[in-house]
Design a protein around this ligand. Structure first.
Ligand SMILES: Cc1cc2nc3c(=O)[nH]c(=O)nc-3n(C[C@H](O)[C@H](O)[C@H](O)COP(=O)(O)O)c2cc1C
Length: 480
């Protein structure tokens, strides 16, 4: 059988082909996979790591980390090109998210009868998720998390539109079950709540290994009402083949390595967490959480789990989140009709959410604040943003030194910092207080030159770039 669309193995072949794949044999699922992955994010080029012969498990059962953590791998995943660098990938992505979203409905999923995934089928009562090498990623995690790079499908009970999301999932009941930690307000959560209200239970399917395109789309705020599977079709220019789960009627990507289907019920809870999170901190305490009653499991021979463990940045998916978020925020600002926005950047050190800088060409009084407020609340940025800094177009918002220079020299704290209160926060926030609703607050910092002084603001003390280029050529030997 040829590899189905969105097969993880095809992705691995491509990554090995351009020399960004390392294989590690014999590491332990308990902390070693997580630690080696953490080391790999800091290596030059940040390679993907494929773990094989994991202690206590048969050779062939593998775990992949770092699937999208370089421009080439990210560019390949988004089908932008296989040889892009940092700048090239950002340029290639610009404008695409909104085009993909608009085209998604032309790519309904394609149900198929056969897939490598169907090679092994395990009935619910025989499921043991710990028969696969599920890692304990960080020393203070509450357990073993099989779901990090996973793709969870729910549906809208009224329209039937599918939603694909990525949420952390901890193995429960000694391998027989698994929790699903969806933050309130996410599209997946809205679907699950509405199923509970209508039917008292909610169907769900989960793939644990697939082309990382599904990790990127499941893990990014694709607009409400758009199926991530159809959106993936728009990225690929082809309908995504799926197997229909017989128990739930929900799709499972045919390219999946390992998948489950089952049901959530409001009273089916298991202890979950804490977990080392993308903020760089462990989240909260161990507490009851929704758990899936698994009715069926499917897996390929020698399945590969797609891991994406977060942590203090840089982490497994901080690069992809920064690039995706930056493009989506920029697209949403353009769609809002506000003029003059040059570039948005959702910094990796803020987990791609907490600290966003946007540059603009100021056109009218109030323009800079308008861009700042819109950014802080646009759907792509609304969840867990903390700081938005707006800068003039002579400042590169992706360069933190330049952003801090602009903040330090063009913003007057008394009048250029504004605070929004009771905005969309999360229990993941290290500042959130146990037992209190997870609001946060956010500051916008207007680090643009004051509009009324645009013509008279002191000149920047740097030479003309063209003059510098000429000097560099003329004095090449002296400057070498
Ligand atoms: C690896 C990874 C793990 C994530 N874990 C969670 C999680 O545990 N809970 C959550 O609500 N969001 C989590 N997210 C973020 C969501 O996937 C993201 O907000 C997504 O847009 C949610 O989709 P939805 O709004 O369609 O439900 C994670 C993202 C990634 C990439």
């Amino acid at each position: 059988m040829t590899e189905p669309l969105l097969s993880l193995r095809s992705h691995l072949d491509a990554v090995a082909g351009f020399g960004e794949l390392r294989t590690v044999r014999g590491a332990h699922w308990d902390l070693e996979l997580g630690g080696i992955a953490e080391l790999s994010y800091r290596l030059p080029g940040s390679p993907a790591v494929l773990f094989d012969e994991i202690a206590g498990y048969p050779a062939g059962m593998r775990v992949l980390t770092g699937s999208t953590a370089s421009p080439r791998r990210f560019g390949r995943t988004l089908r932008l090109g296989d040889d892009l660098d940092d700048v090239g990938v950002v340029d290639a992505l610009r404008g695409k998210p909104s085009r993909w979203a608009a085209a998604a409905r032309q790519f309904p999923v394609l149900p198929v009868d056969d897939a490598p995934l169907l090679a092994n089928e395990v009935p619910g009562e025989k499921v043991d998720l710990l028969s696969f090498p599920v890692p304990r990623w960080h020393a203070h995690d509450g357990g073993r998390f099989i779901g990090t790079g996973c793709f969870v499908v729910t549906s809208d009970p009224d329209t039937g539109v599918h939603n694909g999301g990525c949420y952390r999932m901890e193995v429960a009941d000694d391998g027989r079950g698994v929790t699903l930690a969806v933050v309130p307000g996410k599209h997946g959560d809205q679907n699950i709540r509405r199923w509970f209200e209508k039917e008292g239970r909610a169907p769900v399917t989960v793939s644990f290994g697939h082309d990382p395109l599904l990790l990127v789309l499941g893990g990014t705020e694709v607009p409400h009402g758009i199926s991530e599977l159809e959106y993936a079709g728009a990225v690929l220019g082809e309908r995504v083949p799926v197997v229909t789960g017989p128990d739930t009627g929900l799709p499972i990507p045919a390219g999946s390595e390992l998948a489950i289907e089952g049901w959530l019920r409001p009273d089916h809870l298991r202890e979950e967490g804490p977990f080392g999170e993308w903020t760089g901190y462990y989240s909260g305490r161990r507490r009851p959480n929704l758990a899936i009653d698994i009715t069926r499991l499917y897996h390929r021979d020698d399945p590969i789990l797609l891991g994406a463990p977060p942590g203090k940045p840089p982490h497994d998916y901080s690069y992809m989140r920064t690039v995706m978020k930056s493009a989506m925020i920029q697209d949403e600002l353009a769609a809002s009709g506000v003029p003059g926005v040059v570039k948005a950047w959702a910094h990796e050190s803020g987990g791609g959410r907490l600290f966003i800088a946007v540059s603009l060409r100021q056109r009218y009084a109030g323009h800079a604040r308008q861009v700042a407020y819109l950014t802080a609340q646009c759907p792509a940025a609304a969840y867990m943003n903390r700081y938005v800094v707006v800068v003039d177009d002579d400042v590169d918002p992706a360069d933190l030194d330049q952003v801090i220079w602009a903040m330090s020299t063009r913003s007057d704290p008394v009048q250029d910092i504004e605070v929004m209160k009771r905005t969309w926060g999360s229990k993941l926030d290290p500042l959130s207080v146990e037992g209190e609703p997870p609001f946060n607050s956010r500051a916008i910092i207007d680090a643009c030159r004051p509009y009324e002084r645009l013509d008279t603001f002191p000149r920047v003390a740097e030479s003309d770039p063209e003059f510098l280029r000429e000097l560099a050529a003329k004095w090449r030997d002296a400057l070498a």
